[in-house]
Design a protein. Structure first.
Length: 121
């Protein structure tokens, strides 16, 4: 078997750190989605791809294997957390989109009314 590059454990540790941060930042109880950006989801995908690359490599036969196994289990736990709260977050984002579209329609109607009222004066 090929030995695992020495940075695989470090990479998986970084991925877990970044996923933990994202789980806090994108917390499911957040009702206002205005702070969530498309880059947040691109970042999640990037981290998942980085971890997938590490996990595809053969496992080392040493003390590093124990540490890597621990990080792998934490990574799987982070994925489970994402799996459970992303659907709720998606629902919140859809609700926010509908709220913004409704507000935009209201503003457009008010602007049209104001233009019409101005012409009749």
């Amino acid at each position: 078997m090929m030995p695992m590059p020495p940075d695989a454990l470090e990479t998986l540790q970084q991925v877990n750190h970044n996923l933990r941060s994202a789980l806090i930042r994108l917390r499911p109880e957040q009702k206002h989605c205005s702070t969530i950006r498309p880059q947040d989801f691109a970042g999640l995908l990037s981290e998942i791809l980085r971890a997938a690359e590490c996990l595809r490599r053969p496992s080392p036969h040493s003390e590093a294997a124990v540490a890597l196994k621990k990080e792998s289990l934490e990574y799987l736990g982070n994925l489970e957390k994402l799996k459970h709260f992303l659907p709720g977050l998606h629902g919140n984002l859809l609700a926010e989109k509908l709220r913004l579209e409704t507000a935009q329609t209201h503003v457009a109607a008010a602007a049209a009314w104001a233009r019409t009222s101005k012409k009749t004066l």
